[in-house]
Ligand binder design. Structure first.
Ligand code: SF4
Length: 347
């Protein structure tokens, strides 16, 4: 058993083969930047951010569809705040709101039940963006709507799953030696969800928590496994994550959703990576199918390379000049969990 000081020393003095590790959780991206984790690593350990920020990977066609809905008569788009400024191909929800479109910001999808009940002639559409972590709350929303006989609630879904996109990256030849598996996602899916990938690509995964200490322990385990060529899944967040995950949440997801191919911003189509409403719940769908288009707001934005771990945000020619949190040229500079936003904040 190593002390945290010994772990820090190992990571700082690491002199094995150069390795690239990837975190694939937006909260990890934020925590790594906030705690200055990169500064605690040897030059031979490169830590890159992957497609773990749900807002960053939402394609422009989804934002365009939300804007179109918000401009429709008797329709209100309901969303978390971090989606407001994400650019579509012709502006953002925030811009549309300024022009009179109906957009409401909430802190929980449940917050839309009351206005929907009080205004039955208005259709309330929730911008259901997220990963396996967020998806279960939408099943609760639909259950409550049914129970309270509220018929004017819809979801525009852009719900994505983590294992398929990691598979996509690895199939595409991403030079990653190990993954920090997302602690929140694993709380739902269970750490075993990453076992097939670990076996197929003979690569290590370590489930990480979100404190500096938890991150360092997971990076240490990952670095050792990568250095020694050991594949497998190690759960370094056992206080929250189990091998099987949250069985109730998984049962709800299976009941309401099915898998479909999805377009990820900057990454193209990823097979079987979307959670879409099953046919029997189509009355809740605001037209989530056929969101197949994605376009760059600025052709020089390198979000695609950043999200795939091929480029560091700092290497983008627009970083900190044309592209800042006040003037974002790509989705990675919009969200609090975006890698460019975090690198800018903690530069
Ligand atoms: S710094 Fe801005 S332009 Fe460059 S990759 Fe990030 S979001 Fe895109």
């Amino acid at each position: 058993m190593k002390t945290i000081e010994q772990i820090k020393q190992y990571l700082k003095e690491y002199d094995g083969k150069p390795i690239t590790l990837m975190e694939v959780c937006g909260s990890h991206t934020a925590a790594v930047a906030k705690f200055g984790i990169r500064g605690l690593l040897s030059d031979k350990i490169r830590l890159v951010s992957g497609p773990g920020c749900p807002v960053c990977v939402t394609p422009s066609s989804y934002i365009d569809r939300l804007i179109a809905l918000a401009k429709q008569k008797d329709t209100c788009v309901v969303t978390f705040g971090d989606l407001l400024r994400v650019p579509g191909s012709r502006g953002s929800l925030s811009g549309a709101k300024g022009e009179g479109a109906s957009v409401k910001m909430v802190y929980s999808p449940m917050d839309m039940l009351e206005p929907a009940r009080e205004n039955p002639s208005t259709t309330y559409v929730f911008a259901a963006v997220g990963f396996e972590t967020t998806a279960p709350v939408y099943t609760l929303l639909m259950e409550q709507a049914k129970k309270q006989e509220i018929r004017n609630i819809r979801l525009l879904t852009s719900l994505k799953m983590m294992p398929p996109v990691i598979d996509h990256l690895l199939k595409d030849g991403a030079a990653i030696d190990g993954f920090l598996a997302p602690g929140h996602v694993c709380a739902v899916t269970g750490s075993d969800a990453f076992l097939p990938l670990a076996k197929a690509y003979e690569i290590p995964f370590c489930v990480a928590g979100f404190t500096a200490q938890e991150l360092l322990i997971a990076i240490y385990c990952l670095a050792r496994m990568a250095r020694e060529g050991r594949a497998g899944v190690k759960n370094c967040y056992p206080s929250v994550v189990t091998a099987d995950g949250n069985l109730t949440a998984k049962q709800k997801l299976a009941q309401y959703f099915t898998k479909q191919d999805a377009v990820w911003r900057g990454m193209g189509t990823v097979a079987d990576s979307a959670l879409v409403l099953r046919e029997e719940y189509a009355q809740f769908d605001a037209g989530s199918g056929s969101l197949t288009e994605d376009c760059k707001l600025n052709p020089r934005c390198c979000c695609d390379a950043v999200l795939a771990g091929k480029m560091d945000s700092l290497s983008c020619p627009l970083f900190g000049a044309e592209c800042t949190p006040g003037t974002p040229q790509g989705a990675c500079m919009v969200s609090y969990e975006g890698s460019c936003y975090q690198r800018y904040l903690n530069r």
